[in-house]
Ligand binder design. Structure first.
Ligand SMILES: Nc1nc2c(c(=O)[nH]1)N[C@H]1C(S)=C(S)[C@@H](COP(=O)(O)OP(=O)(O)OC[C@H]3O[C@@H](n4cnc5c(N)ncnc54)[C@H](O)[C@@H]3O)O[C@H]1N2
Ligand code: MOO
Length: 340
């Protein structure tokens, strides 16, 4: 990168090599044009009014890319579907969500890119829900000009596979089974159904049918099979722990469903179960899902609705951050460390 002095009238399209300060007594003193700015036609009279008839410009070498061009290229390489890039300015491009959905980030390749000198790529956490127009990631080029070879390395890391994307949630029908002798017999009023219904509808899905059953393994299993036949998803609440009356895990198993997880390193929600009955998810939700503001269900549901399989490895990885802080001054989830 070389610096040379040119007449401002010849500087259009060239890159300014220094900050230009403008002073209007009593009104303004500050940087009018920043180093790295690509000089535009309309800048010329302003520069002349500042007494600048000649300016220093940067001449990029054949293997150097201006920060804005490099940022735009980097953004294009890393962004997958559901994201749109802003105009590059000061070496930065923001990637905004085009729609609401689940943010997917490949954290390993993200680190590989950030290990390269001169580039910075920051994202929200993998697995968070984003709203339309929310900034989900930002790329920044650190020097004024980036070696072209760095972009080649990034292209190789991305190799056509986007690193960040937004996956829309599908609208699903769910069947709900509320277990518990005390609820079934009317000794206490059900408090679970409204909570599950609200959590699903907040994500655009619905409960089509709610069935109340005592702690009876065979009856719960039969209801699971029946509801799985009519819905995309079955949710069973209560009876998930270790008391003699806690028969929900055994009922789910007895349908022949493949249990991928029983026991999650997420508190609240440790006694959670995920199983698949003929490909349809069956979720066992422990009683904490009824009173705790946020549990493992809030973490898993968006993922499920984005079409992902809930397997043991995914649940095991939630352990790092899986402990809720139970903030005394009010819950801020999802803007906190829980299950990130
Ligand atoms: N010895 C152990 N005790 C407990 C364990 C354990 O591992 N060992 N786990 C604890 C954890 S963690 C949780 S969470 C709960 C899990 O509870 P369950 O899913 O088995 O829930 P239940 O025993 O069926 O009920 C507990 C409590 O909640 C009331 N309940 C249940 N469903 C409803 C409903 N639909 N509406 C209103 N209230 C409901 C129920 O009446 C009980 O009072 O277990 C811990 N204990
Ligand atoms: O399933 Mo209980 O999981 O942690 O409160």
């Amino acid at each position: 990168m070389k610096v040379k002095s040119v007449d401002v009238s010849e500087a259009v399209g060239m890159i300014l090599g220094q900050d230009l300060t403008r002073i209007v007594p009593g009104e303004f003193k500050g940087v009018a044009f920043k180093k790295g700015h690509m000089i535009q036609e309309q800048d010329i009279p302003v520069m002349r009014s500042m007494g600048k008839n000649n300016v220093y410009v940067l001449k990029l070498g054949p293997d150097e890319i201006h920060e804005n061009d490099a940022a735009a290229t980097l953004a294009g390489l890393v962004a997958g579907r559901g994201l749109k890039g802003s105009e590059a300015a000061e070496g930065k491009v923001e990637l905004k969500a085009e729609r609401s959905g689940l943010l997917k980030v490949d954290a390993d390749r993200l680190t590989q890119i950030n290990l390269l000198t001169g580039v910075a790529l920051a994202t929200l956490h993998d697995g968070v829900l984003v709203k339309p127009d929310e900034v989900a990631a930002a790329v920044k080029i650190i020097p004024l000009a980036l070696p072209a070879a760095t972009l080649d390395k990034i292209a190789a890391i991305c190799s056509g596979l986007p690193l960040v994307s937004v996956v829309p949630l599908s609208t699903q029908k769910a069947g709900l089974i509320i277990t518990g002798n005390e609820v079934y017999d009317g000794l206490i009023q059900d408090r679970f159904a409204p909570v599950i219904s609200q959590k699903l509808s907040a994500l655009g899905s619905t409960i089509t049918e709610t069935v109340f059953l005592p702690d009876d393994k065979l009856r719960i299993a039969a209801a699971i099979e029946q509801l799985a036949g009519k819905n995309d998803l079955v949710i069973v609440t209560g009876g998930m722990s270790v008391d003699p009356d806690d028969v929900t895990p055994a009922a789910i198993r007895s349908t022949g469903a493949e249990v991928t997880v029983y026991g999650a390193p997420v508190l609240p929600g440790a006694m959670f179960m995920t199983a698949y009955l003929q490909g349809k998810p069956v979720l066992g939700i422990p009683a904490c899902g009824m009173y705790a503001r946020v549990t493992v269900l809030d973490v898993v549901l968006p993922k499920l609705l984005a079409g992902e399989r809930i397997d043991r490895k995914y649940i095991a990885a939630l352990g790092h951050g899986g402990l809720c802080r139970k903030c005394a001054d009010g819950c801020r989830y999802p803007n906190c460390s829980f299950a990130k």
